[in-house]
Every structure is written in C-alpha cells, then in structure tokens.
Design a protein around this ligand. Structure first.
Ligand code: NAP
Length: 285
C-alpha cells in the first residue's frame, strides 16, 4: 500500500481563500479584522513563525499589528501591552508567540489575553470551552488537524484515535475535540505520553494516529495498523532538514493516508489562526 498524502498546503490555501471572503464581508460592515502579534526576544524559529503569520495576514486582508519586544522586556511591560491591546477596538485577535523568555510566567501572560481576543485559543476559559465542546475558537494546531481530517474525508465517528503527546497546545485539546459528540469528532480517544508503558501497543490498534511528540521519526511503520491515517504534527530540526515525528517514508507503505512534514499540519495552523481572528471579529467586532 502507498499512502495518500494529505496536502495541508492545498487545504490551508482553500481556507485562506474562505477567510479572505469573510474579511470582505466584514469590510462591508466597516470592520477590518486586526491581529496583534507579540514576539518577545529573538529566537530564530519564533521569528520565522511570526513573520509568516504576519505575511499571511496581509494576504487575506487582516491588519497585523506587530509588536517586537526585547528578550529582556520585564513581565509587567508585556502585561501592560496586553492590557492596551485588550482595550484597542482595532485589535480583534492577540497572539503571543511562544516560547517566552524564562523570566516571564507563560501561564500569567496567556491569562492576560482577554478570552474574546484570544486568537490562539490558549486562555483557560477557551480551553475549558473546548473541553465542553462549546468553543468559539480552538487552539490553531488542533483546529487545523480536525479541519484536515474533515476536508480529507477521514471518518472520525467511532474511530479509534491515538494521540501521542499531551501538551496544552496540541495533545490535550485535539483529544478533547475528537471525543465530543459532534460532527468531525465522536471518536474513541487514547492519549499517550512518556509514562505510557507501550506506545506501539496503542498505536497498532489505532485507525487514526496523531503524533505530537517532538522527536523525529518516533512513530515507525511497525507501530501502525495497515490502512491507518497518520497525522504528523512534529516539527523537528535535524541534520537532514525538517522532520516530523513519523518515519514518513516507511509509514507510507502501511498507512492509507498521511500528512507530510513540511506541508501538512504546519500551514493549517496558520490558516486556522487567521480564521480564528476573523471569527472573533465577526462575533465581537
Ligand atoms: P511538548 O510540549 O514538548 O509535548 C510533547 C509531548 O509528547 C509530551 O506530552 C510528552 O509526554 C510526549 N512524549 C514525548 N516523548 C514521547 C514518547 N516517546 N512517547 C509518548 N509520548 C511522548 O510538544 P508540543 O508543543 O505538543 O509539540 C509537539 C511537536 O509538534 C513538536 O515537534 C512541535 O514542534 C510540533 N508542533 C507543530 C505545530 C505545527 O503547527 N505543525 C504546532 C505546535 C507544535 P510527557 O507529557 O509525559 O512529557
């Protein structure tokens, strides 16, 4: 079997096209959606991510408000900026690029983003709604994964899904989204982590494997059930370039469909961030 590649780049472009149309409809109501992007420090990977988010904003007609702060910026100054952005009517979404420098309390900062401007969906209030299945916006990467599954016509209802990884930004929210009694969900979800006794024992019975571990090639072909769908969230910088968490080449001989790295979940994350921003502008603008 050779797996079908799920083209995240193509699907993300479709979503950006839809977002651009929604921006057009908002402009008829006199609203230009605005996304404030806050980058603290000069981590090169964060800089690349923020720049591409800003570029994509321009492409769909979202006004990007750029805030680049020194790595040494005191926490209070960052909190003050978030308060200002929170009361600025031109700003509908706020994104604080993670990770933050060590002297800044990430949890405190994420809670300082008002829930109605939380474009990344990381505020505990919005994560709580994800758990309830009542969210307006979900964290961008899990939202992108769910959208990929829906648009690639992958049946999730009744499917055995194994999520490898339990971070607050990927593993936990995607698990909570996929077990909801809802369209594009309704799966039986198992979440694995470093204390899971035998990861392969779980992945081998999964119809859908979602790998969000952060270790290149951690999911190998023998760990997959023939015909499984594999969503590779990992972005690992290796000597051979960017690699996912899955040994893609070998997994393609076992799986029925797989997302490539790059060009799978990554572009979806940005597309969903843009969509979230427009959703917030539509609802609260
Ligand atoms: P993270 O915060 O480092 O969490 C990694 C998770 O994987 C943890 O829950 C950890 O378990 C678990 N884990 C590590 N090794 C494992 C193993 N051998 N077996 C089972 N579980 C294992 O990472 P993250 O932020 O969720 O990101 C995961 C990956 O996705 C990274 O490569 C990241 O760069 C990438 N990512 C991509 C996008 C995108 O847009 N494509 C977005 C976000 C993240 P414990 O909890 O027990 O430590």
């Amino acid at each position: 079997m050779t797996a079908k590649l799920i083209d995240g780049k193509q699907i993300a472009a479709e979503i950006r096209g839809e977002v651009a149309k929604r921006v057009g409809a908002l402009s008829e109501r006199g609203i230009t959606p605005g996304l404030a992007t806050v980058l603290v420090g000069d981590d090169p990977a964060s800089r690349v991510y923020v720049n591409s988010k800003r570029k994509m904003c321009a492409e769909v007609g979202i006004k990007a408000w750029d805030h680049d702060l020194e790595a040494s910026t005191p926490q209070d100054q960052l909190l003050q900026l978030l308060e200002e952005l929170g009361s600025d009517p031109a700003v509908h979404g706020i994104l604080v690029q993670l990770p933050l420098p060590a002297h800044i309390d990430e949890e405190l900062v994420l809670e300082a983003v008002p829930p109605h401007k939380d474009a990344d969906g990381f505020h505990p209030c919005n994560l709580g709604r994800v758990l309830q299945g009542t969210h307006l916006v979900a964290p961008a990467t899990p939202a992108g994964i769910q959208e990929l599954l829906i648009r690639a016509n992958i049946e999730t209802s009744g499917a055995e899904v194994v999520v490898a990884g339990r971070s607050n930004i990927v593993g936990k929210p995607i698990a909570a989204m996929l077990f909801q009694k809802a369209a594009g969900a309704n799966a039986t979800v198992t979440v694995c982590h470093t204390s899971t006794r035998d990861l392969a024992e779980h992945t081998k019975r999964a119809d859908i494997v979602i790998a969000a571990i952060g270790r290149a090639g951690a999911i190998t072909a023998p760990m997959l059930k023939p015909g499984a769908v594999v969503i590779d969230v990992g972005i690992n910088r290796t000597e051979d370039g960017l690699k996912g968490d899955v040994d893609t080449e070998a997994a393609m001989e076992v799986a029925s469909a797989i997302t490539p790295v790059p060009g799978g979940v990554g572009p979806m994350t940005i597309a969903m961030l843009l969509s979230n921003t427009v959703t917030l502008a539509e609802r609260f603008g």
